[in-house]
Design a protein around this ligand. Structure first.
Ligand code: ATP
Ligand code: MG
Length: 599
């Protein structure tokens, strides 16, 4: 049965989904469909809405559309967990003729860098998604956010608290105990407003006071116990420079960003569920102050991706890179999207993965092998076949004339004859895999051993006659004789029946090349669960081989992906390949045969 990924590439290119598989419905899609059916967003008034011009410009033309956003904080590289969120947000926008914004949530000046902005843009593009004109930076809304803060103070919904950080923490209470009102809570609005302006104008020291929402210090939801909205932080921002010395808290900024961009469905991970009451409280208050127009965005939470054998915490990823447990942010062993790309994983494989794992409200773990299977399915459909001998030993065809060369023809793709065939030269001295010869074969071994015959794929049937060994008993060459009239594809070639077929390369025509075999970076399914996560690192996660490669591989372009027959899927390294000398990374094996490394 053909796999789903054998469907035409066209279906793939035109949808948000992997390899033409349609997206299964889920609870988020149900909400979107219900909102479209009820016309909730069609009733949106556009006149007078604040927000970025590009939203204003294209929104009224098609007011029924929905809007989602992917809002990374530019403080690290994107990882496989982000891919789930990206596919979800962009996928829904595409499927319901909406728009998805790429918004940098850059409200924290301290950890953010342009390098991260660039890498995030590259990763989302690489996954195949397009935000059109809707690229935004939360820092562009700082003026509005500040104006909203003044409005909240004036309406009695916020106050400046001059307690110390410790006092504020102590006053917040616990899960079982109510919090205590700050002595500044009931101060005059005018006084809070004056302090807020002084905070903005740099008249107070970092940490000396904060702006807090005035909600309910006895709320069972701690997030509603007068959360902090603004703090003083003299830090240079990567976009606004030193214009501000007060910065909004994430929980205050995020709902406003969504509302200004007219996001209809704000999809986020489950840890924000307890923040939803504050999200709604804030936007309702700002709408009451006439700063925002209804309908307001709706926050909907889904379970984040947890994947075995990797870490998906930015803090841990930064540690792996900075402490040089891997080579760079795009080390092929890292679960960053930059690493996955370099390793040879595909955008189509990620979209397929997002569809297969689906979205739900319940936290769960996904086996790493599920991701590998998606990559395999996508690569199987798209990657051309080539031959590489990874652990070469000579096979000498003693009865084949020295100096003679014949062309055999190997199909570029077994299921796509339209991709044609390529010539593979045959001669007297060949390279085969060391493991394809056994002097004393174990039971069920059908490859080369003295007296046995195998087919050299796309070539002749040969009969093994013996081997040469060095002083240590290591095999240095295998000998055989070929059987004329058995050349693949010629009449009568199949009359000699054999049980095994092996791949090979003509020694005079192949070339040596570097091939990197990656294993999982961690040897434990849950790195860090039992001990420090660094102790779960797999010490043998990278092996470098000097392989023999077929002539056609000389011209492989950086990032070109192939199936090396019988070995797996490989990708020409985007940095280390040189013209005429590609270096290959193994993306994934042909089958799921992974066993945990020993030790
Ligand atoms: P931070 O701790 O820095 O906030 P983060 O992983 O949440 O780390 P963000 O840049 O805030 O990073 O993430 C952008 C978006 O990606 C958010 O909407 C977040 O919910 C989503 N996201 C992050 N990790 C995952 C994950 N493992 N699975 C699904 N979505 C994720
Ligand atoms: Mg986050």
């Amino acid at each position: 049965m053909p796999s789903a990924s054998d469907k035409p590439a066209r279906a793939k290119a035109s949808s948000a989904h992997g390899a033409g598989e349609p997206a299964a419905s889920n609870f988020i899609r149900h909400v979107v469909e219900a909102d479209l059916a009820s016309g909730k967003h069609a009733q949106r008034r556009w006149a007078g809405r604040p927000g970025p011009a590009s939203v204003q410009r294209d929104a009224p033309a098609d007011p029924a559309r929905i809007r989602t956003r992917f809002p990374p904080e530019p403080n690290g590289y994107l990882h496989i967990g982000h891919a789930k969120s990206i596919c979800l947000n962009f996928g829904i926008a595409i499927d319901y003729a909406g728009a998805c914004h790429l918004r940098f949530d850059d409200t924290n000046p301290e950890k953010e860098e342009q390098e991260y902005v660039d890498s995030i843009i590259a990763a989302v593009k690489w996954l195949g998604f397009d935000w059109g004109p809707h690229l935004y930076f939360a820092s562009d809304y700082f003026d509005f956010m500040y104006q909203a803060a003044e409005a909240l103070v004036q309406a009695g919904h916020a106050y400046v608290d001059e307690q110390s950080a410790d006092e504020i923490r102590a006053g917040r209470g616990t899960l079982t105990e109510a919090g205590k009102n700050s002595p500044y809570r009931d101060r005059q609005r005018e006084e809070s407003l004056a302090r807020l302006r002084e905070m903005r104008d740099g008249r107070h020291a970092d940490g000396s006071m904060v702006l807090r929402a005035k909600i309910d210090m006895a709320s069972p939801n701690i997030n509603l116990r007068d959360p902090i909205l603004y703090r003083i932080r003299r830090a240079t921002h990567h976009r606004t420079g030193d214009k501000w010395c007060i910065y909004p808290m994430y929980t205050y900024a995020h709902p406003i960003e969504d509302a200004l961009e007219n996001v209809t469905h704000s999809l986020c991970t489950l840890e924000f569920e307890d923040q939803r009451p504050f999200y709604d409280w804030l936007l309702e208050r700002l709408a009451d102050c006439d700063l925002l127009l209804r309908p307001l965005p709706q926050q909907i939470e889904f379970a984040r991706l947890n994947l075995t054998y990797v870490v998906l915490s930015k803090r841990k990823l930064i540690q792996l890179v900075e402490e040089r447990h891997c080579e760079s942010w795009d080390d092929p062993r890292l679960p960053t999207l930059a690493g996955a790309r370099r390793r040879g994983y595909t955008p189509g494989g990620f979209r397929l993965f997002a569809d297969r794992i689906g979205v739900s409200k319940a936290d769960s773990w996904i086996e790493y092998s599920v991701l590998e299977e998606c990559m395999r399915d996508d690569l199987n459909a798209s990657a051309e076949r080539r031959i590489a001998v990874l652990d070469p030993v000579k096979l000498i065809v003693d009865n084949y004339p020295e100096g003679e060369v014949e062309e055999c023809f190997a199909p570029n793709h077994p299921n796509k004859p339209e991709l044609g065939k390529r010539p593979v030269p045959f001669s007297r001295e060949l390279w085969i895999e060391r493991e394809d010869f056994e002097e004393t074969p174990p039971k069920g071994y059908f490859r080369l051993f003295p007296g046995n015959s195998v087919r050299l794929r796309y070539g002749y049937v040969v009969k093994c006659t013996g081997c040469d060994k060095d002083a240590e008993g290591r095999v240095t060459a295998v000998h055989c004789e070929y059987i004329p009239d058995t050349m693949s594809g010629t009449p009568g070639a199949e009359k000699v029946k054999v049980k095994g077929a092996i791949h090979w390369l003509s020694a005079a025509h192949s070339h040596a090349g570097e091939v990197r075999i990656f294993d999982r970076l961690f040897r434990d399914a849950h790195p860090g669960r039992e001990r420090d996560f660094l102790e779960d690192l797999n010490p043998n996660s990278k092996r470098i081989l000097s392989a023999q490669l077929e002539p056609a591989l000389k011209d492989a372009q950086p990032e070109e992906r192939f199936q090396f027959e019988r070995h797996g899927y490989f990708c020409a390294d985007m940095h280390d390949s040189r013209p005429g000398a590609p270096v290959f990374n193994r993306a994934v094996t042909l089958k799921d045969s992974w066993v945990p490394p020993k030790g």
